[in-house]
Ligand binder design. Structure first.
Ligand code: SF4
Ligand code: SF4
Ligand code: SF4
Length: 183
């Protein structure tokens, strides 16, 4: 399937800078000819070239409206400042942040894709991005990282879907019980 082959080229940071809700939706849009191939800043020029070759379309410069190409980033939480509000947990697409409510939080380095989605949620600005000395997302060596991020992202989505279904079931059971008590 074309979307899968496109998705396999994308860095899987799930940063949404392309304007889509993650790498897979962008891959689907590309497969259907519904988006330009120059919208992924983490992938940069190298991924644009790979997409152009796969899709038989001309290469384009990175769309600067989506952001700039740069080094791989990682989030670091200043644990002295963190108030343990847990807001950042909801925004992390790879479940890379650990911590309980009212406890300091920290980032699992190898699980952090550098997407920066946690930054706006922190009320005390204690999350900082640092550049890593690892190869950029577009380098061939990035593939194991991309596979890891995709697996973490998929497992997070599956967990959220399960908990939504559980909540729905609990609500139905409670409504059914109320109905039975009213009879
Ligand atoms: S890594 Fe690229 S394709 Fe994936 S969400 Fe970010 S910008 Fe979109
Ligand atoms: S810790 Fe922040 S930057 Fe890292 S993956 Fe999670 S949301 Fe993205
Ligand atoms: S949002 Fe900021 S203050 Fe709240 S738990 Fe996360 S890092 Fe700590």
């Amino acid at each position: 399937m074309l979307a899968e082959r496109i998705d396999a080229l994308l860095p899987q940071t799930q940063c949404r800078r392309c304007g889509f809700d993650g790498c897979r939706p962008y891959a689907e849009a590309l497969a259907h000819g519904e988006s330009a191939l120059n919208r992924c800043p983490p992938g940069g020029r190298a991924v644009i070239a790979q997409l152009a070759a796969l899709l038989g379309r001309p290469e384009l410069p990175l769309d600067s409206d989506c952001g700039q190409e740069g080094p791989q980033l990682m989030a670091v939480i200043d644990e002295q400042v963190c108030i343990g509000c847990a807001r950042c947990l909801d925004d992390c697409p790879t479940d890379a942040i650990v911590g309980a409510r009212k406890r300091m939080h920290s980032v699992i380095a190898e699980d952090c894709s550098g997407c920066e989605l946690c930054l706006p949620s922190c009320p005390v600005d204690c999350i900082h991005m640092v550049a890593l000395a690892t190869p950029p997302h577009s380098a061939p060596q990035r593939e194991p990282r991309a596979v890891r991020y995709r697996r973490l992202y998929d497992s997070r989505r599956a967990r959220l879907a399960r908990s939504q279904a559980d909540r729905r079931d609990a609500l139905r059971a409670s409504l059914a019980q109320d109905g039975a008590s009213a009879d």
